[in-house]
Each structure stands twice: as structure tokens, then as C-alpha cells.
Design a binder for this molecule. Sequence first.
Ligand code: NOJ
Ligand code: CA
Length: 586
Amino acid sequence: MNAIMRDPAQSVVYQIYIKSFCDSNGDGIGDLPGITSKLDYLAYLGVDYLWITPFFPSPQRDNGYDVADYCAVDPVYGTMADFDELVAEARSRGIGIMLDMVLCHTSDQHEWFQRALAGEERFRRYYILRDGHGSIGPGDPGEPPTNWQCAFGGSAWQWEPRLGKWYLHLHDVSQPDLDWTNPEVREEMAKVVSFWRERGVAGFRFDVINLISKPEVFEDDTEGLGRRMFSDGPHVHEYLKELVERSGIDGMMTVGELAATDLENCVRYTNPAEHELGQVFSFHHLKVDYAGGDKWALAEPDIARLREIFASWQEGMQAGGGHNALFWCNHDQPRAITRFGGRGQVGKPGGSWDHVGKMLAVCTHLMQGVPYVFEGEELGQTNAGFASIDDVRDVESLNNYRILVEKGASEDEALEVIRERSRDNGRTPMQWTAGPAAGFTTGEPWIGVPENHELINVEAEQGRAGSMLEFYRGLIQMRHTLDVVSRGRVGFVEACESAPRAIVYERWLEGDAAAAARAAGQPVRLLVACSFDAEPCRVKPVRADGGVVALDGAEVLVDTYADDAVRVGEDSLELRPHEAVVLSLA
Ligand code: NOJ
Ligand code: CA
């Protein structure tokens, strides 16, 4: 039986990093049947769509983001029959499956690249091949064609004698970029997306999709590492429109992952009139703790900057008719709860772990857009605390550890940076139980399980009042049931000098929508106040036009401290350390 899928505007998406979610056969690697076995849990949590990271055949140099065959299932993750069963079982619970489309590059093991290596001209034209800078003729590599750096450290170009050219790889050397100026490539990609749509998936996430259009002229970036030369390139909107139209996915649940993008482009990507994408992931808010913009240099999060970013993206996308994906965590990020100060009393109620986790959840789940929950975030899973570089698996982390040491850091110093910044922090197994390997596998997990799984796990939190899991469940229900959350307008307010580390915004309904909500006894205007401060603060909300927000008569809808002790005055509100409060305004 097919249940009806929820409208994206009222939906919450759950991201599954397949390798680490649930292992059904004891080989230590999560798989498709493992996901199917946990659908009742996901239905209990209340999520509407599951974005599943790539499970296609792959040499796994970048954990599946190096695809060797787009239209098959890697045997390590199961079979096509397992996939069909997952889709059907999810659908019967009202849950849609979203697939991860990695269309910017292939694996070097993909048949297309192999045939290019073998000299087939047709497939050489699938990739971006160039002569070297200063090359004196065939066979002489010279220098890389430009100074662009790849995302994982080092040059974005690789000399390949079998091609007699350098090939571009914006990620790992094993991930050659496809040439989207070639109409055959665009057609192949539309076929891939159609293939999965026809198999019954409900939506798609598009990996680094704003990198598919490279500049007309390849030249050195004199100001940086090349990013600005190939992000949101000249034909990106045209290629996306073509892809969407040809594959028949307009109006489906889609989200693009965008590297180093800007607001103007994101409005275009997601305004429905453009027929490109449903929502976008942008990453500016997750760089507020990069010292000088360098991911591998540690700093405390700059909350004033975070507030500015949220305000400009929320209000700017609203003004342009665009749509944000809302998130703190994914498989490329350290765990936000650790990052924003939740290191105290881990796994227990009442400390900074508990307060930061819930505050972060309120902060994004009440915004305008579609919230994404990353596996384990709803439990309060933390960074892994890697004790040795040998415990780290990720290619980006290992490359950058080496680069830090080459630049003169001691091994301990380099490890400290990797411990905070490694993508593997988000990739440790989902914590199901307090038992061996956190109930993720009966075998040896492919990556270590944090010790705190003894306290932080589904078994301990499901059905326990006040747990992180139940708190997330409540927020998901709010988006399903309250129009002001799913459809309301958004506006940021100043929190005033006594609360420099608070982020405060309003959501409200207007006109008929407001009247309908009022008639249904639903709130019409909310004030959401989130303190990122480890000290208490007083918020006196003032709108952009100078108007004071009247708080008398406000009703407390959510309080992360849950003790009925919220202190609301006529025009100000006290927040305790890392507290978040949602008020329904009279
Ligand atoms: C973004 C993915 O999320 C990340 O895991 C991957 O390494 C790169 N894109 C390259 O595909
Ligand atoms: Ca397995």
C-alpha cells in the first residue's frame, strides 16, 4: 500500500550515510537491508524523506562519491532487489527515498574513463583534458595547466601518460571531472536520473552541482585556489534546467549541494519559476570557526558572523522566492554539538551537551526552508575524539594531516586539528544500543565507535521524556502541524547589546493564512530566541525598523530547559546558558 508523500514545505529529511547506519550481514559496513530494518524507527522519528548517500559500485576512494557505475548497486551494499524493497517499504510508511547523484565527476574506474585511457576518442571527450603549461610537445607534461587546487589538498590536475594530457579533478585524483560542455555527457546524466526516477525514488540530492560548468578560458587564479573560477560557472543554470527537464524531475523533492556559492545564484537555483532545484545546501554558516577562512586552522565560532549569515540567507532567499535547506550536520562536517560548545556532561541531561544540542535543533528547525537531520544528530552524537591518525579513514583528513606535518606542525598538533575538523567525526556508526559496536554491526565496524555510545543511543533515548531524540521528534511534529513553521515568513531581530551571542528571529503568517491559523487555534506569530552563550543573557528584541517586539501575553511553545522557569518580561526575555525558547506572540 502506498501512503501519500508529504508536501516538501512541511517535510523533514533524514540523511543516511549508508556505510555507517546499520549493517545487516556482519561485514562491518552498513547496507540497504540495514536501512530497511530501521524504517520503523525512522517512521517513529517522523521524518518524511531519506537521503541515502551513494551505494553505487565504487572503489570507495571517497566512500562512494567516486562512482564506477551509476545504474547499479555495489554488492557490499546489497542488490537491486534490496533497493526496490527499501523503496516499497519506505513508501508504505509515507517515507520517500532520495538518491545522491554525483554527476560532476566519475571514478577513474568508470568504464568511460577506462575507455578514454584506452584511447577511444569519444570517451576522451567526456573528460577535461589539457596540455601542460610550458609543455614543449607531445609526451612532455610541463607544469599543471593552472594553479587550481583540488578540494582534498594538492593540484586539481593530474598528468596521465596514457592520455598524453593532464586531466582535471576538483576532488580526489581518482575522481576525474566530466566535461558538461559535451552534449553526450549531459544526455548520459539525464538518463541516469531518469533511470532512478523510474525505479520509484521520490527525490534527489545533487553532489557539488554548481561545479559542473567550468570557465570558457582556463587560467590561473591570482587571488586564491581556483574556487571562484569554477563555482557557479557560465552555463550552470542552463545545464541544470536541461537536466531537470530531460529527466522529468521538475517539482520533485530535490536539493543541490553547492560549493562556494552566493545568494544571487541560489535564488536562481531554487525559485520554482526557474525549474532547477527544490532547495540548496550552502555552507557559509559552517565556516564561522575557520581561522582566516582556513578549515585546517582552529578558531572559536564567530556568532555575530553566524547571525549575519543566517539573516541574509533567510531574508534574501525569501525576498527572491528561493528555498534553503536547513542543516548543521552531514557526512562532511564535524558534529555541530561538539563544535558549538556541547562538551559538558555528554550523554546526560542538564549540561552543555544537552542544552547545545537542543538549542541548535531549535535554531534550524524553526527557520524557513526544509530541515535535514543527519543520522545520530537526533541522539546528540558527538565528535569521535580520535586518539591516533590510524583511527582516521577519510582521504581528505589523511591528505591534510600530511600537509600540516609537511608545513611544520608536530604530529600532535596536526592530530588535534584533524580531531576537530575531520569528516570522519560525522561518519562513525549510528549508535543504536549501549552494546558492542553500538548495535551497528555484529562484526568489526569499518571505523571505530565512540565510547559514549554507552550513554548516547536509540535504546536509551526512545520514549524517554526529555531525551534529545524525543526533543527532535517534537520539532519534526511542529513542522508537520503548524503552518507558521512550514509556511510563515521570516525576519531577524536584533537581540540588543546584552545578548551578543543570541540569534533571534520571528516567523509569522499574513492575510488569509493568518486568519485560517487563528481559526484553527494555531499560533500566527512566533519569536525564536537561541543563545549560543555559555553565560546567561537578556534578549530585548528589536525589529529592523526599530520596532520593539511586545512579549506580554506570550506563550512558551518550546523551552530547551523544559522546567517552566522561562522569564519573559514585557519586552525582554532572559536566556540561560545555551537556552533556546520559542514563544507564540499574542
Ligand atoms: C560532496 C560530498 O558530500 C563529499 O563527501 C564528497 O567528497 C565530494 N562532494 C566529492 O564528491
Ligand atoms: Ca553489511
